[in-house]
Design a protein around this ligand. Structure first.
Ligand SMILES: Nc1ncnc2c1ncn2[C@@H]1O[C@H](COP(=O)(O)OP(=O)(O)OP(=O)(O)O)[C@@H](O)[C@H]1O
Ligand SMILES: [Mg+2]
Length: 324
């Protein structure tokens, strides 16, 4: 008891001997406290309000339907590249005995359905079911031989925006993008808190919406692509609309096989503006000189602004400007 008191006194003395502010800061240095927002309002049915210096809105989704076939590595590419999102995928291997039982049950069920269809003379349905049964048997045999394996996976994604209008617009865009590859995403309605928690790195899946994958289709969910476009050096061209990261372009970057470039777009899309931006920023930032063969005279203003010259070429004059 006495020892404890002594120790306490020693600690207090130590704290008092330190400057006051330092003690305060030391107490606050907790990583969770540093990164945590002021609060999260989970009272809304289909979004969360993350309250901090800047308030953000988050909406979580789960994948509700998948295509029958998927191509590597396309399955969730649009989801991974979709701007400010976090995606979690929980993968659980299905034990072999369980998958064999399950597949045998499916095969029996399909066979029963096939017999009923055959009895009724429904040839189309009979052939569709036969095809499914053959596929299920093939999968069962592959698993038995150790060539394949079944997995159960939950896919959850959270979308962030700075206001509700943007959040709604992004939600629409995301479901449209995903439907192109026949992936259905649904808002985790009335489960936003659970879905959000499932999407932070705590390894806790609170949304148990599972899909069955075989080994090949499971491989298609891994993101082997990057959302970065442009180069690490060069001139700023604009911002990535989804991530907000500046896009740099370097026409002489070592990753390019040559320096040629062509810009295609419909009339009025901004080709000339892009070209003029490239020319002027290259001149100012990298000291690159450009030469424009300009039939319409639209680059003369750029040349003048950058301290360049305009040379007029004509066919019908006899001075030194007669090049053609
Ligand atoms: N990034 C941009 N932001 C705002 N306005 C832009 C942008 N890019 C182009 N514009 C505007 O769009 C209009 C058409 O641009 P521009 O003349 O570059 O198109 P274009 O593709 O060269 O068309 P055309 O083929 O008819 O020459 C211009 O008025 C331009 O100011
Ligand atoms: Mg033009």
């Amino acid at each position: 008891m006495l020892k404890k008191k002594l120790k306490q006194e020693q600690e207090e003395n130590l704290q008092n001997s330190m400057p006051k502010e330092e003690v305060e800061i030391l107490r606050k240095k907790n990583i969770k406290e540093l990164i945590a927002p002021s609060g999260i309002d989970a009272s809304n049915i289909d979004y969360l309000r993350i309250i901090s210096n800047t308030t953000r809105y988050a909406r979580s989704f789960f994948v509700s339907s998948l295509p029958r076939m998927c191509a590597f590595p396309e399955l969730f590419r649009d989801m991974y590249l979709f701007g400010d999102t976090n995606t979690s995928i929980y993968i659980n291997p299905v034990p072999e005995a369980k998958s064999q039982n399950e597949l045998n049950r499916v095969i029996n069920q399909l066979e029963t359905e096939r017999l009923v269809a055959a009895d009724r003379g429904n040839i189309n349905r009979e052939s569709v079911i036969t095809q499914k049964r053959v596929e299920a048997e093939g999968l069962r045999d592959q698993i038995a031989a150790g060539f394949n394996k079944l997995f159960e996976a939950s896919i959850i994604t959270t979308l962030f925006a700075y206001n509700l209008q943007s959040l709604d617009a992004y939600t629409k865009m995301l479901s449209t993008e995903m439907s192109k590859s026949l992936v259905g995403v649904k808002t985790a309605w009335a489960m936003q808190e659970e879905a959000y928690k499932s999407n932070v790195p705590l390894m806790k899946n609170e949304i148990q919406k599972k899909h069955t994958f075989d080994r090949n289709s499971m491989a298609t969910v891994f993101p082997f692509t990057t959302s970065e476009v442009g180069h690490l050096t060069g001139i700023p061209l604009g911002f990535n609309k989804q991530t907000g990261v500046p896009i740099l372009f370097d026409n002489f970057h070592s990753s390019l096989t040559n320096y040629n470039m062509v810009i295609f777009a419909k009339s009025g899309a901004g080709k000339s503006v892009t070209m003029k931006t490239l020319i002027s920023r290259s001149a100012v930032l990298m000291g690159i000189e450009s030469l424009a063969l300009d039939a319409e005279g639209e680059y003369s203003v750029v040349a003048e602004a950058l301290g360049g010259i305009n040379v007029v070429l004509r066919t019908n004059i006899s001075n030194s400007n007669k090049f053609i």
